[in-house]
Write a protein that binds this ligand. Sequence first.
Ligand code: BGC
Length: 742
Amino acid sequence: MTGQTRRAGKLAMAASVLVLAMPLSAQETRLPPQPAYTMAAETTGSPEERAATMLAQMSRAEKLTLLMGYFGESFPATGYQVIDGPRAGSAGFVPGIERMGIPPQWQTDAGIGVATQGGAAVKRPRTALPSGIATAATWDREIAFNGGAMIGREARADGFNVMLGGSVNLLREPRGGRTFEYAGEDPLLAGTMVGHQIAGVQSNNIISTSKHFAVNDQETARNSGNSVIEEGALRMSDLLAFQIAHEIGEPGSVMCAYNRVNGPHACEHPFLLTQVLRDEWGWPGYVLSDWGGVHSTAPSANAGLDQESGFGLQVDGWFAADKLEAALADGSISMERIDLMASRILRAMFAHGVIDNPVEPDQFIDFATNRAVSQRDAESAIVLLKNEGDILPLAANAENILIVGGHADAGVLSGGGSSQVYPDGENAVPGIEPTSWPGPVVYYPSSPMAELVGLRPQARIDYVSGDVPELAAALAAEADVVLVFGTQWSSESIDVEMKLDGEQDAVIAAVAAANPNTVVVLQTNGPVAMPWADDVPAILEAWYPGRMGGAAIANVLTGTVNPSGHLPATFPRSLEQLPHPGAPQPGDVNYTEGATVGYKWFDAQGLEPLFPFGHGLSYTEFDYGDLSVSRAGEGLVATFRVTNSGDVAGADAAQVYVSGAGWEAPRRLGGFAKVNLAPGETKLVSVAIDPRLLTIWDMENPGWSRAEGSYTVTVAESSRDLAGSVEITLPASHLSPQWRPQ
Ligand code: BGC
């Protein structure tokens, strides 16, 4: 592994136009020397007041220091040699100001735990949560918060005070390579889950970051692509997911995206970075760029970008002191703007405890506790997609179990790119291509097979790789039950096909033909086609299940844990059902479907998906009753009873959908609750419905407008499994762009 590997693809073009006489260093970018951090200067009052006090005492050079971040690793492709200061192998570093007691900003990726850059010689072993889409599949706010709190705790213990997640781009394209990092296709579910994760991270007195703002919904040509979408639709989809995440999590920072949005680059976008984020949402944090996502000095700063990130990956240094000084000199940036940028950063550092509770590296990490958090997340995230004839849980007396493929004898798959968390011990399956960026492909050493052997000590359990389908089928014919593991690896900077990798579909078909008791366990980036779905009685979607994934899968297969995950994204039957069946393209990406994303598209078009949004089976049954709906402020509250009518304990993801005339789709998710129920138990559940979900964005009279009329509220097990509805008549109303829940 060399430092060269990191983002070699992404930067190929940048590197080819660079002619560097000597390596770039701190000196050449005018970095002040970095003494140790000491005590903060005395400040009192609100974070705003404290930031203002600090700012008033700072020199111009000190202010500029806060606006420029450095990559945390050397990067041979650009000739960059890492400066003193970053934590080893980390995403980034912003120098501190010792005289003022302002600590450096030590930045780490992110969404599933403390990552290490792929190019780093030494990987930091840390606890990986399941992927972002997996956590979204729990539909459990507490699990999202606890996961965030756990990874934030590890970040803090490593001396990081800025964590570069949660990721809340909407799943518009199932082939998007970072689908695993995000939280699915619905703005309410994604925003709610990621908002709680952000709040969890920040409960450690560190800053968390929402990203990638905005409409970074595919990886193909992500640096130059232009996401084209009508403004009202944008407000009701991708932006709403961020807005909800911000209201819940209040992230200290936002990372603007690589791509362009309706023309301008996301990191020099006055509409996104000033009008929406600041003037409308009232968000007080600072915007940092994606790594190498800046393309100008004054236009970016004046549009609302506060901090350039990752100098070294890209060596233009748009916010380097000399460029900012030149912009000040020619008047293209005002000193007021510089003060605003620096004060937003300082304010966030005060507001989130970064200055009052300085981080220190090399603190104790309680891995046993943290693994339990990860395992609980995975166990709640696994979705039982199909279970005919109750083949699952595995019969206690199954004597002869064959496991096929997916390296299930060794470990569980994880997603690649900057969010890659490395496990303690070894990669369980080293050497799979690509072994460098966008790889390496990493399997966590949590073997589903070993865990199953522990839970079924009497059974004979064998493993065969599936490389030779005929052999797998011949062995399958002899087994009582076959567990086939299907995998799809994905990573940042690439898009993927909507299918399992390689020839695994053929292996599954061959095994299913040989043994009718075939259970398929999937570990995927997101939705995949399943041409064999009708030929197997049971399918589990385990996503990338994190550091304890093997245990979680074995527990669900055996019924030690009752599955309760529900899909945060529609699984299409085929590409033809998508708004854009053709593979992701560079250039203009025309999101003509607007806000009609995912299940909304399938419902509006009358398409039958393979598995609908919200779908997820259990080993028990849930019944709904007594649905009523009442007004609460500008919104609604739906109240209903949920009963566990089966004979094992379970958790239901009760979903409330809303319908109104003239909307982009027949139904929107209006609210949800994860409810734990003992056998026979009934609970009364109340679900609040955000008033914005009863409106459409009004371009004539900007804000959220609700027409007078009849609205339908439905309680459901999925977007296609509706249990009961009530109607309510509502008057017209209008909420300003500044409206937010109290
Ligand atoms: C990714 C970000 C990440 C950053 C730092 C970028 O390539 O898009 O999500 O936080 O690198 O590693």
